[in-house]
Design a protein around this ligand. Sequence first.
Ligand SMILES: NC(=O)C1=CN([C@@H]2O[C@H](COP(=O)(O)OP(=O)(O)OC[C@H]3O[C@@H](n4cnc5c(N)ncnc54)[C@H](OP(=O)(O)O)[C@@H]3O)[C@@H](O)[C@H]2O)C=CC1
Ligand SMILES: CC(C)(CO)C(=O)C(=O)O
Length: 320
Amino acid sequence: MKIDIIGAGSLGLLLAGRLIQTGNDVRLWCRGVEQCQRLGRDGLTVTYEDEREPITISEDQFVSAPIGEFAGAYLEEPSDWIVVTVKQNTLHNDLPEFLSLLKEEQVHMICFQNGTGHMEMLGGMLPNANLYVAVTTEAAKRKSLTEVIHAGAGEVWIGKWSLGDGQAHSIHNDLKANNLIEVLIMAGFAAFLSNEVDTMIYRKLLINAVINPLTAIWRIPNGELLSSEQRLQLMKEVFEEAIMVYDFCEITYDKDAWDNILQVCRLTSGNISSMLADVLASRTTEIRWINGSLVEMAERSGVSAPLNRWLCQLVEGIGV
Ligand SMILES: NC(=O)C1=CN([C@@H]2O[C@H](COP(=O)(O)OP(=O)(O)OC[C@H]3O[C@@H](n4cnc5c(N)ncnc54)[C@H](OP(=O)(O)O)[C@@H]3O)[C@@H](O)[C@H]2O)C=CC1
Ligand SMILES: CC(C)(CO)C(=O)C(=O)O
C-alpha cells in the first residue's frame, strides 16, 4: 500500500517504521529540512523499553521530504492513504497552507490527533475528502530525529468521519478502510473498525482532559496523580465538570469512566503525559482542543465549565 505520513514525530515515526518493515511504500513528510536529511542518511529506528529487537529501516526503504513538497507529489502520484500525525496546533495553523492544493481531490485521509475540532476544520477545507478518525492508546516517544521508542502497545480504532448523507453505512463494508486495517494488523498493531468512533473520541477526550493538564501543571508522571487525596480530589472535580458538559450535550459515556481514568493512570504510571512533554519542551500544548473543547461545548449548551476554563488558562499561561 502507498501511504503518505504527515508529521515525523513520535506517532509518525512509529507508524512509518512498522509499515515500512511490512512492505508498504511510505513517504514521510517532515517539517524541518534537517530531519529529512537525517532520515535520508540514517534511516529510522523503532526501539522498545523491554528486550525486544529494534526495528531498523534503512534510508533506501522509504522517502522523506519536506512538507512543502507534499501536495505536488500527491497530485503527481496519489497515495492510497494520507495519515496525519501532527499535533492539533500544526493541523489548524500550518497544514491548511500545505493541503490547499488538494481541495478538489477525493483523498483518503486518517487523523490520529487527541482532542476534538480538527475533523470539522478538515471537512470544511477538503470537501471531497474521505475523512477518517483514528483513536489510539498506543504510546510512542520520539528520542531523536530518526529514533522513536514504542513505549506502550495499545489499540487503534478507526471510524469514518461524518457519513454525511444521512444513510446508515457500516464502516465494515468500506473496502479501503478494511484494507487499511489489514495493513495495520500486518504491521503489528491491534487495529479495529468502529461505527461508534464518536464514543471513542469522547472517551479519550475525558481521559486527556483530566490527566494531561494536571500532570502538566504539577509536572508529575501520570501515576503520581494517584499519590495524594488532594490530587485525586481535583481530578474528580475536573471529571465531574466534564461529565456535566457531556450530559448537557447528550454525549454518552461509560458508567465506569472515572475508574477507567484511574486505570489509565496506573497503566501509564511512569509516563510523562504529552501535555507535560510539550510544556517541558516549551511547545504549544493541545489544551485548546482538549479542555478548551469542553469549555466550548459547555458554552454552546448555555452552561459554563469554569474549572476547565481555568485549566486552559493555567496551561496556556505557562512560559508566556
Ligand atoms: N505519541 C503518542 O503516543 C500519541 C499521540 N497521539 C496524538 O497524535 C498526535 C501526534 O502526536 P505525537 O506524534 O506525539 O506528536 P509529536 O510532537 O511527537 O510529532 C508531531 C510532528 O509533527 C511535526 N510537524 C510540525 N509542524 C509540521 C508541519 N508544518 N509539517 C509537517 N510536520 C510538522 C513535528 O515536527 P518538529 O518536531 O520538527 O516540530 C513533529 O515531528 C497528537 O495529536 C497526539 O495527541 C495520540 C495517541 C498517542
Ligand atoms: C493517555 C495519556 C494521558 C497517556 O500519557 C495520553 O494520551 C497523553 O499523554 O496524551
